[in-house]
Write a protein that binds this ligand. Sequence first.
Ligand SMILES: [Zn+2]
Length: 256
Amino acid sequence: MRVRLAVVAALIAGTGVWASGAAASGGDAAAPPERRTIGTSVEGRPIEAIRYGTAGGVPVLVVGVIHGDEDAGLAIVDELARLAPPAGVELWVVPTMNPDGTAAQTRGNARRVDLNRNFPHAWAPMGEPGYWQYAGPRRASEPETQAMVRLVREIRPALGIWYHQDLSMISPGTGREGLVRAQYARLTGLPLVRITGGRYTGVAATWQRRAVREGMAFVVELGPTLSADEARVHARAVMAVARSVVRAAAPSGARD
Ligand SMILES: [Zn+2]
């Protein structure tokens, strides 16, 4: 933990670069944030999305919470609201796609479905209610999953970032996405570590990569806790990788 905090402190010391970048993009014709209810949970709680930045820009999606008892991403979501997205980025933030689980501090939703096993790519039945990875009765059976499926199909994110806890790592990727994962890892001090073994069906980020073939999506496994300073470092890392994505999307010179 001491090593990680040292890394974080070093990153914070470098904030000047990011701050000037944010200030430069702040003058862009960014639309005011727009709040939208994208669906309703099993218990009737609204699932909210907030859009920041350049309307019609390159869409980037951040999901703060999917497993309700892994909610450190909410602090990152709060920090994102204080930063100006890079010019040309339309940032979509879903603080929690599992508001019932967040309220109850449970992994699953109110029907005890593990929403990260419920997405409609490579879905397979897994367990029964009460099993920690219960996948639900069928693919995309849950209203929370359906809300995210609709949103992703509509906005077609160029990049999606999904927060979890508490493995303190990011899986390495290949190609363009591998570079973005490595950039995020470098900026936050999280190690790039390959998970071996385990069977992962109906996973949100995997589904997103299949649903939006030209886009990227990855999971950030935060640690058991997240300090305010660390949350700020992560929010800046989101903006930095978003800037990389928008640069990669733009042909050299002006885009219209
Ligand atoms: Zn998780």
